[in-house]
Design a protein around this ligand. Structure first.
Ligand SMILES: *[C@@H]1O[C@H](CO)[C@@H](O)[C@H](O)[C@H]1NC(C)=O
Ligand SMILES: *[C@@H]1O[C@H](CO)[C@@H](O)[C@H](O)[C@H]1NC(C)=O
Ligand SMILES: *[C@@H]1O[C@H](CO)[C@@H](O)[C@H](O)[C@H]1NC(C)=O
Ligand SMILES: *[C@@H]1O[C@H](CO)[C@@H](O)[C@H](O)[C@H]1NC(C)=O
Ligand SMILES: *[C@@H]1O[C@H](CO)[C@@H](O)[C@H](O)[C@H]1NC(C)=O
Ligand SMILES: *[C@@H]1O[C@H](CO)[C@@H](O)[C@H](O)[C@H]1NC(C)=O
Ligand SMILES: *[C@@H]1O[C@H](CO)[C@@H](O)[C@H](O)[C@H]1NC(C)=O
Length: 507
């Protein structure tokens, strides 16, 4: 068997190992710089055409409130290091003209940052964020110049009762990216108090009132442009996000929004395309995503619905890349097996074979006739795997002699669940039939062959079940981890409900 075929055989087994898809989440790791946690949801985005979403993500109010809480802590930490732009202007000194001033090097010494309130805002298909009663104490330096006379010193400033309300709208760009735009912003600064020190600071005394109002106005005018700028930054981030992710060398996953986000007063729901394609063929499967509606679970922060279409598109992509093909030879048969892949060992099943071709090793070419499709039912997954097996005898000079062709149909059922943070599963063989299609060695009865092949498949499933019962650890990102996760199998889709733990040491 040549090298390429070896690679193929490996990826057949990889194709349905869920752990494989971890690379998707791994590739999100580069995006840590993003603003707060609502973004964790936004992280799944890309290209669309208005079809039914195969993946749905719902952020509940519980998730929003948790995200807000963590985000507020994060912002409060960041505030320490915020740098303020200088404020400069002039104040009149009667008939003597005016004195130019600059307030510079402003740093926050104390900050009373009340927890913002963030709510789903149906009116704008977005969020309404308000913060009220923010107070900040600052220190800085002042400089004045009046002609050639320069002076300077330090100051303390307190800004009281800042209220900010911002409404953002979520949408979908033509290419399926999530978009966020500012709808409205309102900022009020209640009061400002300033004390000047050093230099001839007494000169300011009569003007403190003037300063206060000017500075209050300047700060107030700066807040909304800053809020809007950070919304534009967030929007730039969202637009820069990849629209599809390569899962492995064979599969790519498209995750564009299929429609505009749905916001009601208790949740945000995003519908994502969730379709896998073969990187090589990018062929569209001959079936479509069916709509499904996620049960509301407000007790969990997030819900994720995965329709059977998503996994079936992966199956179709594997199939159309030729991944459901394998060459099996004697070296791959477990050493413990009493039956070997050689013509003499086949004697009990095909009596004429060892007589016609004595002492030759055999190979089996196994391939799926069509993409095996999964059907999700309440509590179970069912799948059928119609395959063709071609048997060859190998002569010592490498010539393959075709022997016979079999149709092998297997039906499986399985279950998946989440237990202790691991995704686990089990599988069972429901039905197995083996029929002879073509024979170059004369006809033979397939009952005994069917029994032994079924036994082989059953043993393979037992081995697989040992792995599945260990499960795979749920994907974990550097800044977020799923906790209290449950999985529910429904008709047509799997729903995962989870809380999230966010780690605020993102930098
Ligand atoms: C069976 O295939 C494997 C992988 O291609 C190869 O390394 C091995 O030599 C083959 N064994 C026989 C007996 O042909
Ligand atoms: C603030 O900046 C200092 C120095 O650059 C750094 O050591 C500190 O960790 C920063 N604090 C935060 C909360 O980012
Ligand atoms: C939403 O919009 C409607 C009509 O545009 C308005 O009557 C209602 O007060 C708005 N609701 C909120 C919470 O702003
Ligand atoms: C986005 O896609 C491009 C091209 O496919 C790739 O080079 C890049 O690494 C991807 N970026 C991320 C963050 O996945
Ligand atoms: C064929 O398999 C039998 C066991 O069934 C073994 O004894 C024999 O050595 C094998 N022959 C070859 C050519 O590998
Ligand atoms: C391989 O050997 C068989 C007989 O052992 C012979 O009939 C056949 O022509 C040979 N094939 C090649 C390609 O040499
Ligand atoms: C197994 O498949 C055969 C042929 O498709 C069918 O006749 C039989 O009823 C099936 N048995 C079960 C238990 O599904």
């Amino acid at each position: 068997m040549n090298k390429r075929e070896t690679v193929k055989t490996e990826s057949v087994s990889n194709c349905f190992q869920l752990g494989k898809y971890k690379s998707c989440t791994d590739s999100f790791r580069g995006r840590r710089k993003m603003l707060p946690p609502v973004i964790v949801v936004f992280v799944l985005i890309s290209l669309a055409r208005g079809e039914n979403p195969a993946i749905q993500v719902t952020l509940t109010d519980k998730g929003l409130q948790y995200g807000t809480h963590v985000g507020a802590g994060w912002i409060q930490d960041k505030l320490e290091n915020i740098t303020f732009p200088d404020i400069s202007g002039e104040f009149p000194i009667g008939i003597f003209g005016s004195v130019g001033y600059t307030l510079t090097d402003m740093t926050i010494t104390k900050c009373d940052f009340p927890e913002p309130s963030v709510e789903f805002y149906q009116n704008s298909t977005g969020f309404k964020t308000s913060i009220s009663g923010l107070s900040v104490a600052l220190t800085g330096s002042w400089r004045t110049h009046y002609g050639a006379i320069h002076d300077g010193g330090s100051f303390n400033m307190a800004i009281f009762s800042v209220d900010v309300t911002s409404v953002v709208e979520l949408g979908k760009n033509p290419d399926g990216h999530l978009s966020v735009t500012s709808v409205s912003c309102n900022a009020q600064v209640g009061d400002v108090d300033i004390q000047f020190y050093g230099g001839v600071s007494w000169i300011f005394k009569p003007f403190v009132h003037h300063f206060k109002d000017r500075i209050r106005g300047k700060i107030q005018d700066k807040i909304c442009p800053n809020v809007e700028e950070s919304i534009v930054n967030l929007e730039d981030h969202l637009q820069a996000m990849n629209v599809s992710f390569d899962v492995d060398p064979y599969l790519t996953l498209d995750l564009p929004l299929t429609d505009i986000p749905v916001v009601d007063d208790s949740s945000l729901n995003l519908g994502l395309k969730g379709e896998f394609y073969s990187i090589q063929t990018h062929a569209e499967p001959p079936f479509k995503a069916q709509s499904f509606s996620m049960p509301a679970q407000p007790g969990y922060m997030l819900s994720l619905g995965l329709s059977e279409f998503s996994l079936n598109s992966a199956s179709y992509a594997c199939f159309s890349s030729g991944l459901f093909e394998a060459l099996i030879n004697d070296s791959m048969v477990p050493p413990s097996s009493p039956v070997r892949l050689n013509t003499s060992s086949m004697g009990p099943y095909i009596p004429q074979l060892p007589k016609m071709f004595p002492g030759l090793l055999m190979t089996l070419q196994v391939y799926a006739n069509e993409a095996p499709l999964l059907s999700f039912q309440a509590g179970a997954i069912k799948t059928g795997f119609p395959t063709t097996v071609k048997a060859f005898a190998m002569q010592s000079n490498g010539t393959h002699i075709p022997l016979f062709k079999l149709s092998v149909d297997s039906e499986f059922s399985g279950k998946v669940w989440i237990d202790g943070g691991r995704l686990k599963g089990s599988m069972a063989l429901n039905n197995f039939t083996l029929t002879l299609d073509v024979s170059e060695v004369g006809t033979f009865k397939t009952d005994a062959l069917e029994r032994i092949a079924k036994m082989g498949v059953t043993l393979a499933i037992q081995k697989l079940n040992r792995k599945l019962s260990d499960g795979v650890v749920l994907p974990r990102m550097k800044q977020a981890q799923l906790v209290n996760t449950v999985l529910e199998m429904d008709k047509g889709f799997i729903a995962i409900f989870s809380d999230v733990e966010l780690f605020t040491d993102f930098n």
